[in-house]
Every structure is written in structure tokens, then in C-alpha cells.
Design a protein around this ligand. Structure first.
Ligand code: PLP
Length: 411
């Protein structure tokens, strides 16, 4: 890697050469030609690799890293991640199929998510992966399927803890939740797991998502370990696996600061000796989706029209909400804010203006940038939405208004 390659101050993960953004060593203009059509998503191998290395540098060696592939299930991305991380977490039968097509060993794949069908459980059973049980009923169904096929199910219990992850974008624990089994019911469930003869691995305790506050994550880690130690006393066999969730956030909007990984790592180093003393054979897993992939990806669309309406500039692009719901502000955001957007072939342009980037859909919701300062763009220029490697295409309503879907490339 050439450290002297020019970087753009606002988007340091990518190179800029002669005013044009480069992804994976290729200029965006040339990449668009290679793809053959706009819009498209491009994910950079180097950025993915560097992100995993960054985590390994800051987190204790004992921490195993799993990729929660719902953040970006493109098969080529999942395969690349499979070569870098220690496990893959899937959340559907189709994700499981993609994960099993990679080089990841089945014992390192786990399957979480409420409402697993018999077909999904049966396939997971045959594959020999670990099923994170989300309810007692799911446990009984999996045990029955195991008996029918003479395969002992590998299981972990997803616990809904009695605390929540503070300041996370999406809370997924504490109080009444559809995820996991309430902590107070877990001891009885562990007795039943022993009676059913299931191959018990451990616990999955996932508290929430998109958290940028190290202090909140540190607090959750402390409480998670304490809960796991408490519940492990009821387990039929010593704990082998403890998935402490993830929730590491990514800055999307002005004013947001990257997560302080140093603080998170130091806190884990402080907590681990006690955990290892209490749970000697346990493998500790942190599972992350967006933190691995979000910053490694861009969404690219082309300006197809330029309009001025009552003094305001509108750049009409060939892509929008139907490919990138999150950037339009409609994927769980309370207040709409602009994702980082730039004109990718005019990164250093001095002629700038305030413009809105809108898509081709007949709804005012189809907005990629609302009155942002951008390089002055013309028809044919390439609009780039950064921080787009996670929850992009597969988290968007592609069929809405029947426009073509977006291509995806890993460069
Ligand atoms: C969605 C999800 C993740 C990934 O969340 P990110 O915010 O992308 O890191 C991890 N674990 C579980 C159980 C999830 O449901």
C-alpha cells in the first residue's frame, strides 16, 4: 500500500487522483465504464481488510470477530470477509446458504433471528452450525428435528438481558423484546436443554446497534459478562461460546465522531481476566456488521438532469431511495440528515454550489442530498454517496416504482 497516495480530507479511506475518486485503485469514471451502467454499489477489498486489521490491533487477542452478514450479504463480500474474520453470523436460510458457500467452517457460523422456519432449522442442523435459540418453542422444534434426523443440534441461547445498551441507534435488548429469551427464564431453559441432550455451546447477548459512545459499550460489556457468569452456573456443560454482541457504530452525519476503539479495547483487557477465571474454556465473540463494511462502500449514480426551480438547484440522478433507503433518510431515522455526498469526478473542483440530489421516483421522499454544498455538477457527472457499504441495496425497496436494480461490485 502506498501511503503517499493523495487522500481526500473528508473521505480518507479512499484515494483521489487528478480530482477523481479512486476505488480499489481504479478511477470512478473508469469503474463506471467497467460496470457498464449506473447506478451501482462499489465495495473496496482493501478498506475491508484494513478495517479488520484495525479491530485486531485494538481489541485483545482473545476476542474472536464474527461478521453479521445482514449488513452486506453480497456473496463476494461475504467470501472476502470469511478469509479475514473468525466466524459469520447469519439471520435467514438464504444468508446461511451464502455463508456455507464460503470457506468458513460450519462450526464458526451461527444463526440468530426470531421466527426461524422448520426448513431453516433443518438446514442449519444438517450443516452443523450453531443455532442461537430465540425461544423455548424454537428449542423444542429444533430438538424434534434433531431426533428425526439423528443429528445432535448445536445450540446457544440468545438472552434478552435485563439491561439495555445506552445511546445506541437501535435498541435490541432490555424490557419486553421479540429477540431472545428473557434472562430470568434462561435457567429453566438450560435445564431443558440438558434434558433434551442438545449440544450446548453458550450464550448470545446482543444489546443494540449503531453506538458511537465507547462508555455505553464498555458498560454493556461489563454487564454482559456479569450476566453470562451468573447464567453459566445453570448450564448443563461449561460454556464454550459467549457472543457479547457488537453494536459498534459508524459516523454518518456531520458532528458524529468515530467510536473510540482504544477505550473499548482497554476496557475489555481489564474485564477479561475475571471472565477467563470464571469461564475457563469460553471463546468470546464480538459480532459486527456495519463497522466492518459501511465505510468500505459507496453508492454511485449519474446526473441525468439539472433543474433550477425558483432559485434552487436540483440534480436529478438515475438512482435514489429504491437502492439506498438509508441515505434518503427513511431507514429508521427520526430526523433526516444528509449522508456524506460528493461529485466523484470533481472531488477538487473549486466551482461549488448548494444543490439537492434527487432520484427518479415520483415521491418527494426520493432525496439523496438536501441542499448540500457540492461541486457544480452537470449531466453525466457521478454522484457518490459515502458510508454506503452496509444496509444499502438489500435494505431498500428495489421494486418500488419498477426502475432497474443497482449493480454491485467488489473492487
Ligand atoms: C443486525 C445485527 C447485527 C449487526 O448490527 P450492526 O449494527 O450492523 O453491527 C449483529 N447481531 C445481531 C444479532 C443483529 O441482529
Amino acid at each position: 500500500m502506498n501511503a503517499t497516495r493523495p487522500k481526500h480530507a473528508a473521505f480518507p479511506q479512499f484515494d483521489v487522483v487528478d480530482g477523481c475518486l479512486h476505488i480499489g485503485g481504479m478511477s470512478l469514471v473508469r469503474l463506471a465504464q467497467r460496470v457498464g451502467s449506473t447506478p451501482f454499489y462499489a465495495y473496496e477489498r482493501r478498506a475491508l481488510t484494513e478495517r479488520v486489521a484495525l479491530l485486531r490491533r485494538h481489541l485483545p487477542d482473545e476476542i474472536h470477530l464474527h461478521y453479521a452478514m445482514k449488513a452486506n450479504p453480497m456473496p463476494a463480500v461475504v467470501q472476502h470477509m470469511a478469509g479475514l474474520v473468525d466466524g459469520i453470523d447469519v439471520a435467514s436460510g438464504l444468508e446461511l446458504k451464502v455463508a456455507l458457500d464460503t470457506t468458513m467452517r460450519p462450526e464458526c457460523i451461527s444463526f440468530a433471528g426470531p421466527g426461524k422456519s422448520d426448513a431453516e432449522l433443518s438446514s442449519a442442523l444438517a450443516a452443523g452450525i450453531v443455532v442461537n435459540l430465540e425461544s423455548e418453542q424454537e428449542m423444542e422444534r429444533l430438538a424434534r428435528l434433531g431426533k428425526e434426523s439423528a443429528i445432535v443440534p448445536k445450540v446457544a441461547v440468545r438472552v434478552n438481558p435485563d439491561f439495555e445498551l445506552k445511546s445506541s441507534g437501535m435498541k435490541m435488548s432490555g424490557g419486553p423484546k421479540q429477540f431472545g429469551v428473557d434472562a430470568e427464564r434462561v435457567p429453566a431453559m438450560l435445564d431443558r436443554i440438558g434434558a433434551l441432550g442438545l449440544d450446548f455451546f453458550g450464550f448470545h447477548i446482543f444489546c443494540g446497534s449503531q453506538n458511537l459512545k465507547a462508555a455505553a459499550i464498555q458498560e454493556a460489556h461489563g454487564k454482559t459478562f456479569a450476566l453470562a457468569i451468573r447464567l453459566a452456573a445453570h448450564a448443563p456443560v461449561p460454556l464454550r461460546l459467549l457472543n457479547i454482541g457488537g453494536g459498534f457504530g459508524v459516523p454518518y452525519f456531520p458532528g458524529e465522531e468515530p467510536l473510540d476503539l482504544v477505550a473499548v479495547g482497554e476496557n475489555l483487557r481489564r474485564l477479561l481476566p475475571e471472565v477467563k477465571q470464571q469461564l475457563s474454556d469460553v471463546q468470546i465473540v464480538i459480532e459486527l456488521g456495519r463497522y466492518f463494511v459501511a465505510e468500505a462502500g459507496v453508492y454511485v449514480c449519474r446526473v441525468v438532469d439539472r433543474k433550477i426551480s425558483r432559485g434552487q438547484v436540483f440534480l436529478i440522478a438515475d438512482g435514489g431511495l429504491h437502492h439506498h433507503l438509508a441515505a434518503s433518510g427513511n431507514f429508521g431515522q427520526v430526523i433526516r440528515k444528509n449522508y456524506p455526498v460528493a461529485i466523484g469526478n470533481k472531488m477538487n473542483a473549486t466551482k461549488r454550489e448548494i444543490a439537492s440530489v434527487v432520484g427518479p421516483l415520483c415521491t418527494p421522499l426520493d432525496l439523496l442530498a438536501d441542499q448540500m454544498e457540492l461541486a457544480k455538477a452537470e449531466v453525466g457527472d457521478l454522484v457518490v454517496v459515502f458510508q454506503s457499504g452496509a444496509y444499502g441495496l438489500t435494505a431498500s425497496p428495489s421494486a418500488f416504482l419498477s426502475h432497474p436494480t443497482a449493480a454491485e461490485v467488489l473492487v
